[in-house]
Ligand binder design. Structure first.
Ligand SMILES: Cc1cc2nc3c(=O)[nH]c(=O)nc-3n(C[C@H](O)[C@H](O)[C@H](O)COP(=O)(O)O)c2cc1C
Ligand code: SF4
Length: 659
């Protein structure tokens, strides 16, 4: 498909965008003390340099009662303006317009940071924050409207080209619009016209403030996916009201509520690409304003199709450009294969937001570190740019292992101009990532390796498969530097006797060394996808599967990547039983002794197979031998300590970039 629509310019009110790719709003946790930082400027500027047609920043709060998370930009303080100016100047250098998203999160917050009551249309507690908000009175509504106008004024002074009102998944405006959270009986409750009154008042106030020279957009939720919530028909009616104000230049869209149904806003790889496009499509049919469609647009062809088929006028690509800042530039140049495709794993972007850490990306160690080096804490803004640093004397770098750590080390070393050869003992690249991607609905995780291999090819990295490395081979190859990335191997826990053949590791199952049948117990001591993935695979093959965990819940960390809710739905559909118990007193013959720790009672299971998802052990003998022999050797990834893929990529990058 020739990409005709993606590259055609479009007028959005007073602003012309050069292409249809929008870097839509998303939190970054880069703010410091409520102010935007250098990191914001570098982060957005890199996406502008990478060809995005339009950038919309993360939300800026309009009122002190709105402080749901620590690192929110407090747009209501005038002190933000110099930071705004730094961001807009940096982005404008690349000829890209930038809008500011402004917001009050309403009842979707707590008083933890503000020490003020949370404001909302009605005293309906949010299911995540569980704090009963104060139903706002007229004077407070007036204050909110004034807050929007004030922040819009700051944004205009700070050089933004437009304002986007977040009225979608986490907003007091959504709270007013939604029958689920608006129980008012006054002029702001009841009929849709009443529930939309705050939105209309804010639109008018902001337009009065910014005048005709800045664009104004409204982001709407098309389906809240909660009981009694807004559905698509009403969202379309709201879009008509928005257009009817005559003040708005575009409509952005979204799905879900950021607390009750967050897992559908930033859907992980289990949800099909383009899953929320029906919203933009329905709204576009009803209004003449340009409409942005958002939600798991992975590659440019898919975005082009959405435009060509008339579902939307612009395409929001958020995680796609978090993963590859140069998504648009590469697509425009026809180098689609060079794009580092987002995995929709949510591990380092969404996952880190929930942990109050700055936004990163599992496969792009530079995301969030554009202003600093990859190996440097973000507070140290004095370090280098983390880009290629070609060395005077190219060296021969030998990388042992073609998993994510080894491949990233190879990429980083080759980027610096070195000659890099990778040796892999198996017949494939990818290590455990390849296995993780082999289970139901997790295939996109394998794009991590696909992306790395493409980069290795471009950089001329030579990869030799089916060749294990031992010190004698290193003597023969005689490299200047060795980077060992030999990964980890399964470990048997204390309670599993060596002779118990029915006790196997997840890897044994995924690599086909065994084929469990009948009753299978999976032990989840890792709390991530390992146990749940193998359980699904075995349930699909007809096994009766129970997962047992010593944690609070099976797959404990699936919550932070927004995978939990959909896992529960799939587990229940597949009849997978989930039990919170821990192995105690080991095995008695074939019987597994379990302690139900909440009650202190002992239980036993005697399954046909026991599959272990338990911590692995590093394979580090080669590193130790080479170091003892005096080689210039370093190690990265699981052979240092077995962790998740992001750690392998970061360490590989550090090791390779340091050569
Ligand atoms: C880490 C993260 C934070 C987000 N924060 C916001 C936000 O502050 N405001 C907003 O309107 N949308 C926010 N979103 C939603 C995105 O704008 C977008 O709708 C969502 O990521 C789906 O697009 P994608 O599949 O291209 O990532 C956020 C998304 C991510 C990944
Ligand atoms: S961490 Fe995963 S979901 Fe987030 S941007 Fe990177 S690849 Fe995409």
């Amino acid at each position: 498909m020739s990409e005709r629509f993606l590259w055609s310019p479009l007028r959005v009110g007073p602003v012309t965008v050069k292409n249809r790719i929008v870097f839509s709003a998303h939190l970054t946790n880069y703010a410091d003390g409520g102010r935007p930082t250098e990191q914001h400027a570098a982060y957005y500027a890199e996406r502008a340099r990478g060809g995005a047609g339009l950038i919309v920043t993360e939300e800026h709060s309009v009122h002190p009662t709105d402080w749901p998370y620590e690192k929110l930009i407090h747009g209501f303080h005038r002190e933000v303006i110099p930071g705004y100016r730094r961001i807009t100047d940096a982005v404008h250098e690349h000829g890209t317009p930038i809008f500011a998203q402004i917001n009050h999160n309403g009842g979707q917050a707590s008083s933890m940071y503000s020490r003020l009551p949370v404001w909302a249309p009605s005293p309906v507690a949010d299911p995540l924050f569980r704090e009963v908000p104060k139903g706002v009175e007229q004077a407070e509504i007036d204050e909110i409207v004034a807050g929007y106008a004030l922040v819009a004024e700051h944004c205009a002074e700070g050089g933004f080209d437009g304002i986007e009102l977040q009225c979608s998944h986490s907003s007091i405006v959504r709270g007013f619009l939604s029958p689920a959270t608006n129980r008012r009986t006054d002029a702001y409750g009841g009929s849709l016209a009443n529930r939309a009154r705050l939105l209309v008042d804010i639109v008018a106030a902001v337009r009065r403030t910014i005048g005709p020279s800045l664009a104004l957009g409204v982001r709407l939720c098309g389906d809240e996916l909660v009981d009694e919530g807004t559905r698509i028909d009403e969202a379309v009616a709201v879009a008509r009201i928005v257009e009817g104000t005559g003040h708005v230049d575009y409509i952005n869209t979204s799905i879900g509520v950021a607390t009750a149904s967050l897992f559908m806003i930033e859907a992980s790889m289990h949800i099909p690409p383009g899953y929320a496009l029906f919203i933009a499509s329905a709204i576009r049919k009803a209004v003449d304003l340009p409409v942005i469609g958002v939600g798991r647009f992975k590659d440019p062809l898919q975005a082009e199709r959405a435009l060509a088929e008339g579902h939307c006028d612009l395409v929001g690509i958020v995680r796609g450009q978090i993963a590859d800042a140069h998504f648009a530039r590469k697509a425009r140049a026809g180098h689609t294969d060079d794009i580092r495709l987002c995995l929709s794993c949510n591990q380092e972007c969404v996952g880190r937001m929930g942990l109050n850490r700055w936004l990163g990306c599992i496969e792009n160690p530079r995301t969030g570190r554009e202003a600093i080096g990859v190996g440097t804490p973000p507070s140290d803004a004095t370090a280098g740019a983390g880009a290629a640093r070609p060395r005077d004397r190219p060296r021969h770098v030998l990388v042992v292992g073609a998993g994510p750590a080894g491949l990233q080390a190879a990429i980083a070393a080759a980027r610096n101009g070195h000659t890099v050869s990778v040796y892999e003992q198996s017949g494939h690249a990818g290590g455990q990532v390849r296995l993780a991607a082999s289970v139901p609905n997790r295939a996109e995780f394998g794009d991590l390796v696909r992306n790395q291999l493409a980069e290795c090819r471009r950089l001329g990295v030579a990869i030799t498969y089916d060749t294990g490395v031992w010190p004698g081979l290193v003597d023969e190859l005689h490299p200047d530097k060795v980077i060992v990335a030999t990964g980890a191997q399964p470990a048997r826990p204390w309670w599993a006797p060596e002779g118990a053949d029915q006790v196997v590791d997840v890897r044994d199952v995924l690599e086909g060394r065994c084929a469990p049948e009948g009753d299978v117990v999976v032990i989840d001591e890792i709390g991530f996808h390992h146990a749940t993935s193998v359980a699904e695979l075995l349930a699909d093959r007809g096994c009766r599967v129970e997962i047992i965990t010593p944690g609070m819940v099976v797959g404990q960390d699936l919550g932070i990547t927004l995978d939990m809710e959909n896992w529960w739905i799939r587990a229940s559909a597949k009849g997978i039983v989930q039990t919170v118990e821990r192995v105690a007193q080991g095995m008695d013959g074939r019987a597994l002794q379990l302690l139900h720790h909440p009650t202190g009672t002992m239980e036993t299971r005697e399954p046909d197979w026991i599959v272990l998802a338990v911590p692995a052990e590093p394979v580090d003998w080669l590193y130790r031998d080479l170091r003892a022999a005096g080689w210039d050797v370093e190690r990265a990834g699981d052979c240092v300590a077995p962790r998740r893929a992001h750690a392998a990529v970061i360490e590989g990058e550090r090791a390779g970039a340091g050569v």
